[in-house]
Design a protein around this ligand. Structure first.
Ligand code: SAJ
Length: 434
């Protein structure tokens, strides 16, 4: 028996000596990751308490409902609430496992803000018993798991907290295990994807793997907390850099006068080339944000990552400029903006370049803007008083002389050349040629 295994067994013995009621899991934060994770764990036989600071979210979940649009989530939550394996609360309970899935927004100067993770650690500390395991899932700057350890150690001097890489006889386990699921496929990918489990010590990783091993069909890969934190940031930076290449190509193509979609299609027939798709910019709370966490950790070394972020942000400005030119080319004509979400077939508008572009145009040409967005019943508040209106696709096609595809929602994919005949068309996603 090796040392880490001994330490893991000791943690398990402590858990048996101080059992939490019903071997409970507390998932802190019932958002896009926390709620599906809580409901899924409940469906795999765990007794789960989902914790959120929003009373409204807690009431919705306890009534068997969901406050976010995500495939298969409503049934999963409804079934878990009906079976009483999931309950929501504003209070953190005593639990065997704590999973932190709270937001980590970008703060001032594009610096990571981990205040919600720190608040979660402070809420867990008074309740924690020896043998419990705390897992951070929120995308976080490197060193955040150590910060959680520090907070618990400060608030609970009676508990021995694990130290990075050092197998002391800790009373609790602490690990970082990033979520890596794709919005729209969250429930499926939570089960199927491999997980990277970064323990403060090897024993912590083994303890955390007890929970992931119960529902993950992919592999559970062990490493340190710092490596796992970096892995998450690197995955999203990799995608951002690759999308930036596609977006930069689209702007180069505008200058030299070639069709970027044709260029990419043919270049991708090379056996070692796989260029992603240009769009109106990069959105969402992950890829448009996480690379800044990497930049914050090593500002002078992370030059490509920073530039990719800037290129992708600039693509939205470039796209808006092209639409303004179309408005000038059709004086008095209306523009139909198709889609506001940050990507197809979801109701998530966070960091959405389509939303940013539509807002910008509405503030100067609101009376000439009609928006089609099947995933909302009303335009966001920022459009108030601009004159822009939310209409159906049929109405937009009747009223507008200019049609701009900002999001390739399935609801737009049936558009035919006949629907668009006589109109100025700008397809930022290359949807109409697919
Ligand atoms: N996009 C393009 N061109 C492409 C692909 C995407 O412009 O070829 C745009 C999308 O339109 C969107 C943005 O990029 O605006 C991001 O979309 P996405 O589908 O690439 O990724 P997300 O943000 O929905 O989810 C990502 C995923 N990360 C990776 O693929 C490396 C997911 O696995 C992560 O779990 C998630 O971030 C997260 O939560 O961090």
């Amino acid at each position: 028996m090796n040392a880490p295994f001994d330490a893991a067994a000791a943690l398990a013995r402590k858990a048996l000596a101080h059992p939490a009621p019903d071997h409970q899991v507390a998932v802190i934060g019932l958002g896009y990751i926390g709620l599906p994770t809580a409901a899924l764990l409940a469906s795999y036989g765990w007794r789960v308490c989902g914790v959120d600071v929003s009373r409204k979210v807690v009431e919705t979940v306890n009534a068997g409902g969901v406050h976010i649009e995500e495939r298969d989530l409503d049934k999963l939550v409804h079934d878990a609430i009906t079976a009483q394996t999931l309950v929501a609360s504003t209070e953190v309970p005593t639990a065997s496992f704590y999973m932190i899935a709270v937001p980590t927004p970008l703060g001032e100067g594009k610096m990571p803000d981990i205040a919600y993770v720190e608040a979660a650690a402070r809420a867990i500390a008074p309740k924690i018993l020896p043998g419990a395991c705390v897992i951070v899932e929120s995308t976080s700057p490197v060193g955040t798991t150590e910060r959680v350890a520090e907070i618990i150690a400060e608030l609970r001097p009676d508990i021995v907290v694990p130290k990075d890489g050092c197998d002391v006889d800790a009373d609790i386990a602490l690990a970082y295990c990033p979520e890596r699921v794709l919005p729209g496929r969250i429930v499926k990918e939570l089960v199927q994807n491999d997980r990277v489990i970064g323990g403060m010590t090897p024993a912590c990783a083994e303890r955390a793997a007890v929970i992931y091993g119960s529902f993950v069909k992919g592999d559970c890969l062990f490493t340190t907390a710092r490596v796992a934190e970096t892995v998450k940031l690197v995955e999203n930076s990799f995608r951002d850099v690759n999308i930036a290449f596609a977006n930069e190509l689209s702007m180069i193509a505008d200058v030299i006068g070639v069709d970027v979609w044709e260029v990419i299609r043919l270049a991708n027939r090379h056996p070692r080339v796989n260029i992603l798709q240009p769009g109106p910019g990069v959105g969402g709370h992950c890829i448009a944000v996480d690379p800044w966490f990497l930049v914050a950790g090593a500002p002078s070394a992370a030059r490509l990552v920073r530039t990719a972020r800037e290129v992708n942000d600039h693509k939205a400005v470039h796209t808006e400029g092209k639409i303004r030119a179309l408005l000038e080319a059709a004086p008095g004509g209306k523009v139909a903006l198709l889609g506001l979400a940050f990507k197809p077939d979801i109701d998530d508008f966070r960091e959405s370049p389509a939303l940013e572009i539509a807002e910008g145009l509405s503030h100067t040409h609101g009376d000439r803007v009609v928006v089609v967005e099947p995933f909302t019943d009303e335009l966001p508040k920022a459009f108030a008083g601009t004159g822009a209106t939310l209409v159906t696709l049929d109405v937009a096609l009747r009223e507008a002389e200019i049609v701009v595809v900002l999001v390739d929602h399935t609801a737009f994919k049936h558009l035919s050349p006949a629907d668009l005949a006589g109109k100025l068309v700008f397809d930022t996603r290359g949807m109409l040629r697919r």
